[in-house]
Design a protein around this ligand. Structure first.
Ligand code: ZN
Length: 169
């Protein structure tokens, strides 16, 4: 009988190593929402409706792997904000690629434009106008049809055009 392990430690490949970090259920959706500006535990929870214990474990793992950093929430004493690190932000082209790959509709549910060029990004976050791959703080996103999508308080806030992230200081 072959017993399937629950990690990819026998695989000498960058994809396997990436999946060790972002391959668990919910993890990439948490990373996606972090790109959309979600930073608070309760806001991730409102968007994803994931069990709190699972969310807590996934956030902890992302912090342990240096994808997110945990900083004190200036507005809620004793609570934390979760923010993408430089290493986490490097996932943007991959995350955008997966969003595009899974969005067969035309128009897609959500658009991502290079702010400077005003152009919708091609798969992998490449700007067809300037040929670059703009970092997340140069990308503006909005729902294609603001009347659709989830209607929890966080998702409603994320319908309007907004820059993904501020530059890392
Ligand atoms: Zn551009």
């Amino acid at each position: 009988m072959v017993v399937l392990g629950n990690d990819y430690s026998g695989q000498d490949c960058g994809l396997a190593r990436s999946l060790e970090i972002v391959g668990e259920r919910w993890t990439l959706l948490i990373v996606r929402d972090a790109f959309y500006g979600v930073q608070r535990f309760n806001d991730f929870q409102a968007r994803l409706e994931v069990p709190r214990a699972v969310l807590s474990a996934r956030l902890r793992a992302l912090v342990d792997h240096g994808v997110l950093e945990r900083v004190p929430d200036p507005e809620h004493g004793g609570r934390s904000l979760y923010r993408l690190t430089e290493r986490g932000r490097a996932l943007w082209p991959a995350v955008h690629g997966l969003i595009s790959w899974g969005s067969p509709e035309d128009p897609p549910p959500r658009t991502h434009r290079h702010e400077r060029c005003g152009t919708e990004l091609a798969a992998g976050g490449v700007c067809p106008a300037c040929g670059g791959t703009p970092p997340p703080h140069e990308v503006v996103t909005e729902r294609s049809d603001p009347s659709r999508g989830r209607d929890d308080r966080v998702s409603v806030r994320l319908r309007e055009p907004r820059r993904l992230l501020e530059p890392l200081s």
